[in-house]
Design a protein around this ligand. Structure first.
Ligand code: ZN
Length: 182
């Protein structure tokens, strides 16, 4: 987690940053750096880092395609984003655990879920050791990408505008998770 990124995040009004004044400045800085580098960063997205690292659960791309639905594959393996409000997990209010849709790895407890009014399931804290983070440049500005610590599957992003006690907002794709009632 770099400090620049942390200071940028409060400017972001939405779960998947559209950019404010600060974002624009950063985007300009990226463009001034090197056209080639900026292009390469934009193309990387969040999926590449997941494939580059080694995780306890690993399959070939073809095997992941067989194991996941097209929507799950697009999000978990290609760092896609579901349409806001499209997941029934956004409205899930029962007690239980949200697990990774790819490998059932427990990610979030219902006790840390809150309604962020974004249309994406939101939490203020993951379970201990459940997720990893990395910086992605998929939209040209740095964001903190969140992935399953076990399979590396992309789950969403984390922002600094969440509620107490952590102040974090884990903005998750419901399609990347399954809910297991307590
Ligand atoms: Zn997983």
């Amino acid at each position: 987690m770099n400090t620049n990124e942390t200071t940028m995040l409060p400017l972001d009004p939405g779960p998947h940053a559209r950019g404010g004044r600060g974002m624009d400045r950063r985007a300009v800085l990226v463009l001034l750096g090197s056209g080639v580098a900026a292009g390469a960063l934009a193309a990387c997205g969040g999926a590449q880092q997941a494939e580059a690292k080694s995780y306890p659960v690993q399959y070939s791309e073809a095997e992941w395609k067989r194991r996941l639905t097209p929507e799950q594959f697009r999000i978990l393996r290609k760092a896609g984003t579901e349409r806001a409000g499209s997941s029934p997990l956004d409205k899930e209010k029962r007690k239980g655990t949200f697990v990774c849709a790819a490998d059932d790895h427990p990610l979030f407890s219902s006790t840390t879920k809150f309604d962020s009014h974004t249309g994406w399931p939101s939490f203020w804290k993951p379970l201990a050791g459940a997720v990893g983070t990395s910086t992605d440049y998929a939209i040209g500005v740095p964001r903190t990408e969140v992935h399953c610590a076990r399979c590396g599957g992309h789950l969403g992003h984390v922002f600094d505008d969440g509620p107490r006690p952590t102040g974090k907002r884990y903005c998750m794709n419901g399609a990347a998770m399954k809910f297991v009632p307590a």
